[in-house]
Design a protein around this ligand. Structure first.
Ligand code: GTP
Ligand code: MG
Length: 269
């Protein structure tokens, strides 16, 4: 990873955080991608955006290219085919490291994560390594989700909290800020998770590395356009990976990670 510069080296960055790159993974988000980037820039004009498109059949990549031509704050990373959310984020984070950003943001393209809440997350990043926009902390909420989606998310987070002993209300949430120097400590090249489990894996790695994670309440809204990529396979992946990490944790750390963070020797299967 290239040298990372501090906030004071960039007159144009987000105050107290520095150069910020919002990474937006897209797969078939033609109706959403333009709207979401406009909303980001309306509330945070200094941040840049990287759209990571997996060769969407609906032409999202071409739309993103036109946006990048029209606005120097927009960048596009094209990938050959659909390889999952986790792989898209790892590629985007690598790009951020190579280009000297100080912080990266994870944000869905579908409008579920309101760009208007981004400044609150970035403000919290001044005193944290990782900021998680949380639906299930006090003040957080979900709008327009059917009961079974709420149950799945709450249940998954409860299971994660109990199995891993990680004190987070929303470990599966995907609206986040990472400080780049902190991210560099998480050995991203060995991340194998694809779906929601990617979010849990990074939270878990941050916890084990002793990073400072804070949760900020957000209002999460169901997407209005386009189709969800959520599937039973993605839920199943999160379930088995969390169970595997919990089992390995108990085997490799007497008392589990509850005994203290900062174990850099942990091996990631
Ligand atoms: N590049 C890339 N982006 C993806 C992939 N899968 C999902 N995405 C994007 O990741 C974001 C989240 O995906 P969604 O389809 O909204 O899935 P979700 O948020 O887990 O599920 P819902 O809550 O039902 O919408 C969206 O911006 C998607 O376009 C993928 O394989 N590659
Ligand atoms: Mg979504």
């Amino acid at each position: 990873m290239n040298e990372v510069f501090g906030a004071e080296d960039h007159g144009d960055g987000y105050p107290g955080v520095g150069r910020v790159l919002v990474v937006v993974p897209t797969y078939n988000e033609a109706d959403n991608v333009g709207v979401i980037v406009d909303r980001v820039h309306r509330v945070a004009p200094s941040v840049e955006v990287l759209i990571v498109d997996d060769n969407s059949p609906d032409g999202t990549g071409a739309i993103a290219d036109r946006m990048a031509e029209a606005d120097h704050r927009v960048h596009v990373l094209h990938r050959a085919g659909k390889q999952g959310l986790g792989a898209a984020y790892v590629a985007g984070f690598g790009w951020a490291g190579e280009h000297g950003y100080d912080a990266v943001v994870e944000m869905d393209a579908d409008g579920s994560h309101a760009p208007e809440e981004l400044p609150r997350l970035l403000d919290a990043a001044r005193d944290a390594d990782v900021v998680i926009g949380s639906r299930w902390t006090s003040g957080g909420q979900v709008v327009n989700w059917p009961w079974h989606r709420q149950l799945l998310s709450r249940g998954g987070n409860l299971y994660t909290r109990v199995a891993l002993g990680m004190p987070l209300s929303d470990a599966t949430g995907g609206f986040r800020v990472y400080r780049v120097p902190a991210l560099a400590r998480l050995d991203l090249d060995s991340v194998a998770s694809q779906g929601y489990s990617f979010q849990v894996e990074l939270s878990w790695r941050a916890h084990r590395a002793g990073l400072r994670t804070v949760e900020v309440p957000i209002t999460f809204a169901e997407r209005e356009r386009g189709t969800s990529k959520m599937s039973p396979v993605i839920v199943g992946e999160a379930l088995w990976r969390v169970t595997m990490w919990a089992t390995l944790d108990r085997r490799t750390t007497p008392g589990g990670s509850r005994r203290g963070a900062g174990d850099h020797q942990l091996r990631w299967p």
